[in-house]
Design a protein around this ligand. Structure first.
Ligand SMILES: O=C(O)CCC(=O)C(=O)O
Length: 327
């Protein structure tokens, strides 16, 4: 998912004036330096940094599954014993920057789905290390079958206790990018039990590409619910996850999440990548204009998608090339 637009969504051109509470967008913030948050200093988090630079052992079956289904679940992409400093930094940064103040019952379907805070990597050095991690970016590149990937943006997605469904949708609907080599890493920062809102995917739908002009809403939920049934698509739903497990899904993957019926906040961090070499497309869908501005500095169609907010994260620099480690 990304900056979103449309009648029931916050990030259309209207949203340039009226932003959704609970969001931070990069044109409002600088890109943070290492000193951005001394509370999460390098010393504090050094123990966990090693894991981020080591290679995850991705099997050929996992790659095949991703390409066939449009999504794949990777146990312990970040070993649970390494996650603590990152969870602390992500949660603190997200909570500090969330602007959502309305009680759940006053929000629409989209607003009830989760708190959504963007590009935390620009706000905190520890989060930057997580989002730029070679371990994650290399997996993204291998699943996509490309030499290099750039960062599109990150977002914390916290489904609150009592939070509602995430309606069926396709992320790439919003992205003005001339490639289908796009992918999202979705990682729980806490253990997720069955009633907390794990992701569900309509397997294989990514191969259909763009399906319909529906933003994330009650309308998209109803449309795709019928669509999935009519097409006979299998719904894949991993029931639970440990902190540090992760799924990757394609930009055109069709996905949703059930409500959080538990008393625990479902804290998830996501990172979106695209193939290096991608160019900007004409944002024919109005929804893509917000993304063009937010993540791609309003570059013209045909320009390389490569602003300072889209660094190459794989291949990584020499200090990030770690030895092979267990998955
Ligand atoms: O976390 C959720 O509920 C939805 C996530 C999602 O749609 C995405 O990461 O693309």
């Amino acid at each position: 998912m990304t900056v979103r637009h449309g009648d029931s969504l916050p990030w259309n051109k209207r949203d340039r004036e009226r932003k959704r509470p609970g969001t931070v967008v990069p044109w409002e913030v600088g890109v943070a330096g290492p000193e951005a948050n001394p509370a999460h200093s390098e010393a504090k988090c050094r123990a966990g940094y090693g894991a981020l630079s080591r290679t995850y052992r991705l099997s050929s079956q996992q790659i095949e599954r991703y390409r066939r289904d449009g999504h794949v679940f990777l146990p312990q992409l970040l070993p649970a014993d390494s996650i603590r400093p990152y969870r602390e930094a992500i949660v603190a940064t997200a909570d500090r920057n969330s602007r959502e103040t309305r009680p759940l019952e006053e929000r629409d379907t989209y607003g009830k789905a989760f708190l959504q805070i963007f590009n935390l990597w620009t706000l905190d050095e520890t989060v930057r290390r997580f989002v730029h991690a070679a371990r994650f970016a290399q997996v993204a590149a291998r699943l996509l079958g490309v030499e290099g990937v750039r960062l599109y943006h990150d977002q914390a997605l916290f489904k609150e206790p009592g939070g509602g469904i995430t309606p069926w949708h396709q992320d790439q609907h919003y992205w003005p990018l001339d490639t289908d080599r796009t992918i999202t890493l979705w990682m729980p920062l806490v253990d997720i039990e069955e009633d907390m809102g794990m992701m569900q995917f309509a397997s294989g739908a990514h191969r259909l590409g763009y399906i319909t002009n529906k933003g994330i809403s009650d309308d998209s939920e109803a449309f795709y619910e019928r669509f999935v049934a009519d097409q006979g698509l299998d719904i894949s739903a991993t029931r639970t996850a440990r902190a540090g497990d992760a799924s990757f899904h394609a930009g055109w993957a069709l996905h949703r999440a059930p409500p959080n019926r538990s008393s625990v906040r479902r804290e998830v961090m996501t990172v979106i990548y695209f193939a290096d070499g991608t160019r900007i497309t004409d944002p024919v869908r109005p929804e893509a204009r917000g993304d063009l501005r937010a993540w791609l500095q309003d570059l013209p169609p045909g320009a390389p998608a490569a602003t300072r907010l889209n660094p190459v994260v794989w291949p990584a620099g020499p200090d990030h090339l770690g030895e092979d480690s267990g998955g």
